[in-house]
Each structure stands twice: as C-alpha cells, then as structure tokens.
Design a protein around this ligand. Structure first.
Ligand code: ZN
Ligand code: ZN
Ligand code: ZN
Ligand code: ZN
Ligand code: ZN
Length: 333
C-alpha cells in the first residue's frame, strides 16, 4: 500500500456553493460542479491544452485527462518531483517508476492509469467509481455521481418513504448509503444505514419487495439506536427483552425480509429471525408495523388469527405508543 500525505493538499472553496474543496477533486461533493484546477498561483507556468488543469512542462502525459502533451520541453526520463508537484509514490510499472502525486488519475510519464488506496482518507467508497467518499457527501468528488448510491435504490426508497409516511414514523434524519461490505447499522453512527452494494449490483437475485423489507428492517435498527433511551426503558424491556444481552450483529444482506404476513411459529415473535435477540425482535416488529402502514387493528387481528402469544400484541402496542409520543413531542416543539 502506498502511503499518502494528505495534509499537504491545498484547499479552495467552491465558487458555486462555497464548500471547502480538496485540491484535485473533479467535482464539488455538495453541488456537483465540475472543477478545473488551473495554474492559478503560477507554480508551473503550464496548463494542459485539453483539460486546462495544471501540468508541468516536463510531463509526457496530462495526469488528469491522460492525454499526450509531450513536446520539446518534456523531460528525457521520468522525474521524481517536478516543480509545482509533490512526490507521493512511484508509478507501479517497472518500465516507468516515475514520481506521481495523489490523486493523479494517470502517470505523467507513461500515461498509465493510477489506482490509489482511499482507506484512511474517506469513510467509504463510491458505488459508481470506487473512489473514496465521505458519508455526508452527496456527490462523488471523483466521478460526480450520487456518492450515497441512493440512485441505485430509487424504486425501493420511494416505496419505503411512502410507507414511513403512511405509518407516520417521524423522520430522525437517517441516511442510506450503498457501500461494499455488509448491510447493517453501526450503533456508534445510528443515523447511517449501509446497504451492501452487491445487492444492488445483483438485482436479478434480490427482488424489490425483499429490498424494501431489508431497508425497513435496517431502518428499525437505526431508529432504535437513535432513540436509545427508549431501548433502555422498562416498557421496552418488558416487551422485547434486554438489549444489552450479548449479541454480535451479523451481515443481513442475504436474509429474506420479504414476507408481509406473519408465520405461525414461533408463537412469541413475529418471525423466527426476531427470536435471535431483542434488537432483531424490535427491528422485525418495526418492519411489520411499517410495511403494514401502522394499521394496528389489522396487525392485532392477524396476530389473533395466527394464534400468536399476548407478548406479540405487547410489542406492537409498545412501538405504536412510543411513536404517538414522538409525534406529540414533535408537535409541541
Ligand atoms: Zn459546490
Ligand atoms: Zn489534461
Ligand atoms: Zn508511469
Ligand atoms: Zn464516484
Ligand atoms: Zn437486524
């Protein structure tokens, strides 16, 4: 892995929205404005003929657009660090080994594409180009597309938003991100719900209703982590149990959350998955509540028909009452 020295980057402000920018980003993460980094400070006296970005006259290729810009001023051989640029690594190709600066897209000496590790610098990866992005970025600074990946989930998200409105769940400012890795919610970042990227890429294997179910289940976790006092309250414990019970969260990407009706067993939980832990019990109860648009009467009737235990009534009532209280508090504010 190549080590980066990001503290040496120079920042500027977006001329459209004022957001602070790192030098050599291609797009503003807030407004998606396409950026051009010219030789404004007269560091090299040289800009690419094609893209207008700062280059060195010793370069053979533009490190930003990759086009050939060699002329008689170009260096005979690859340099480590021409004036105006920093040295971060050597080009990985043995035939070249010229100096390159993060985040050059192409080697200025041999023109080959460069790949940089983004691990420490950013929270995650853009689902469109694999470049580094932060959780709060709306647009990817590298490719300019939706950095959250929500564009890939659009039909499922529209459905989920509609269901939340119908069930009258007050918005707690959650943020859905499509990311590599696993689907889930980190209790330390309760508002961030990550959905595994492979689910979106392999759309033929997972149906929209299942994705709606997964999103709603994960949002249940996010909701509870965000309202943690409720999770620690006596009424919650009486209905769902003790959330501090030992439990290791699992990757839920491929669990089926498709069904809209309760299975008859287990008797004291909405689904078998709910019996794993009080956190899952809540997330599953929350999912059914939302998918069934918060229609408590319908839910309770079905619980009765399926011969579920009284405790299942209790769970839905606890959630329903808590949501009512939240709405009341919101109105009072
Ligand atoms: Zn901007
Ligand atoms: Zn260029
Ligand atoms: Zn090279
Ligand atoms: Zn991107
Ligand atoms: Zn879960």
């Amino acid at each position: 892995m190549r080590k980066l020295k990001s503290e040496t980057w120079v920042a500027g402000d977006c001329t459209r929205c004022g957001r602070q920018l790192r030098r050599y980003w291609h797009f503003c993460p807030d407004c998606a404005k396409r950026l051009t980094w010219r030789d404004e400070r007269k560091e090299t006296g040289c800009e690419c003929y094609y893209c207008g970005w700062i280059v060195s006259d010793s370069f053979w290729f533009c490190p930003w657009c990759g086009r050939k810009i060699a002329d008689e001023a170009s260096s005979e051989e690859p340099l480590k660090k021409p004036r105006g640029f920093l040295y971060h690594a050597r080009c990985p190709y043995l035939s070249c080994r010229g100096g390159v600066q993060y985040p050059m897209d192409y080697c200025p000496w041999c023109g080959r594409q460069q790949h940089w590790p983004f691990d420490d610098e950013f929270d995650g990866e853009c689902p469109h180009c694999d470049g580094g992005v932060d959780d709060l970025m709306d647009y990817c600074p590298w490719c300019g597309k939706d950095a959250t990946g929500r564009d890939l989930l659009r039909p499922a998200l529209q459905r989920v938003r509609g269901l939340f409105r119908a069930a009258r769940v007050p918005d707690w400012g959650y943020r859905i991100l499509v990311r590599p890795g696993i689907s889930g919610v980190d209790p330390n970042f309760p508002k961030v719900v990550e959905i595994e990227r492979r689910l979106v890429e392999r759309r033929d294997e997972i149906s929209w209703p299942n994705l709606v179910g997964l999103l709603t289940h994960e949002l249940g976790h996010s909701f509870l982590f965000h309202h943690w006092r409720f999770a620690r309250s006596r009424r919650f414990r009486n209905a769902f149990g003790d959330v501090s019970k030992a439990y290791r969260g699992v990757d839920e990407s491929w669990v089926s959350f498709r069904k809209r009706n309760f299975p008859e067993t287990p008797v004291n939980y909405v689904t078998a998955y709910a019996s794993k832990h009080p956190l899952e019990d809540f997330a599953e109860t929350f999912r059914f509540y939302v998918i069934r648009r918060g229609r408590l009467k319908d839910l309770l009737a079905e619980i009765g028909r399926k011969g579920k235990g009284v405790i299942v009534f209790e769970k839905f009532l606890t959630l329903h009452t808590y949501l009512q209280e939240l709405r009341r508090k919101k109105r009072a504010r």
